[in-house]
Design a protein around this ligand. Structure first.
Ligand code: GLN
Length: 261
């Protein structure tokens, strides 16, 4: 009899211990859910906002430093995921990403219907980038046999496609990466690139011998903002609070000096 009692007690003890560890696990995973790493999606050929260099996968840039500063200020864990620009909003809609940080104009098209954008962190306009020997003097000089490149899904891409639709250029060439647009310009495949002013300036800093801006800024004035999945007000409030704190404590200005001086 005693042996049976002992075996029963041992079995009950093991069941109880297992139940405890399982409960403990769920509370940990519950904690883990609270500390989940947020997926920041971006398109990393948009220097100096986000870019990679020399075949290194590490994404650098103003947006990266800004989001890391906001995350630290707000106690968030983030990771960066690189993808094509026109996949960014669909990534939020399909829960493949939590935050967009990609120099994205929050005022453009129907973007604000598909994602919730935060406070503006940078302002910009479009510019026309041409080869150094180009005779073009502004976007108004383009002719119907010309081709202009920009990036698919962006305000620049929409602009060159509108020029094509209006018969003002032969083709608006929309490419997945900004680096492809610059290459097509240098190869003579296109006669200009429509690009965000600060991004074109970064390109010219390294290529002023082969390219130049012509004319004045054009297109709709842009307000860059991060975005979260529609309805995620709690996260957006945290991001906005982090940005406000960055501007208050001088971190924002330090990053502007670091990436745009
Ligand atoms: N500012 C432009 C837009 O919002 C381009 C952004 C980008 O290429 N990363 O469409």
């Amino acid at each position: 009899m005693k042996k049976k009692t002992l075996v029963l007690l041992l079995a009950l003890t093991m069941v109880f211990a297992f139940a405890l560890s399982a409960c403990g696990g769920s509370s940990e995973s519950g904690g883990e859910e609270e500390d989940a790493t947020l997926r920041v999606v971006t398109e990393a050929t948009f220097a100096p906002f986000e870019f990679t260099e020399d075949g290194d996968d590490e994404i650098k840039g103003f947006d990266v430093d800004m989001m890391n500063a906001i995350a630290e200020d707000q106690g968030l864990k983030i990771e960066f995921i690189n993808m094509e620009f026109d996949s960014l909003i669909p990534a939020l809609e399909s829960d493949q990403g939590d935050i967009i940080a990609a120099g994205m104009n929050k005022l453009a098209g129907d973007r604000a219907e598909k994602a919730d954008f935060g406070d503006t962190y940078f302002e910009s306009d479009l510019m026309l980038l041409v080869k150094s020997d180009s005779t073009l003097t502004s976007i108004d000089d383009v002719t119907p046999e010309m081709k202009l490149a920009s990036q698919i899904g962006t305000t620049g891409g929409d602009y060159v496609q509108a020029l094509e639709s209006d018969g003002k250029i032969a083709q608006g060439v929309v490419l997945n990466q900004w680096t492809d647009s610059y290459m097509q310009l240098q190869n003579g495949d296109v006669q200009g690139v429509v690009v965000d002013k600060p991004v074109g300036e970064a390109y010219l800093n390294a290529h002023s011998d082969i390219a130049k801006f012509v004319g004045e800024p054009f297109g709709d004035h842009e307000e860059f903002a991060y975005a979260v999945q529609k309805g995620n007000t709690e996260l957006l409030d945290k991001l906005n609070a982090g940005l406000a704190n960055m501007k208050e404590n001088g971190t924002y200005d330090e990053l502007v000096d670091k990436w745009f001086s």
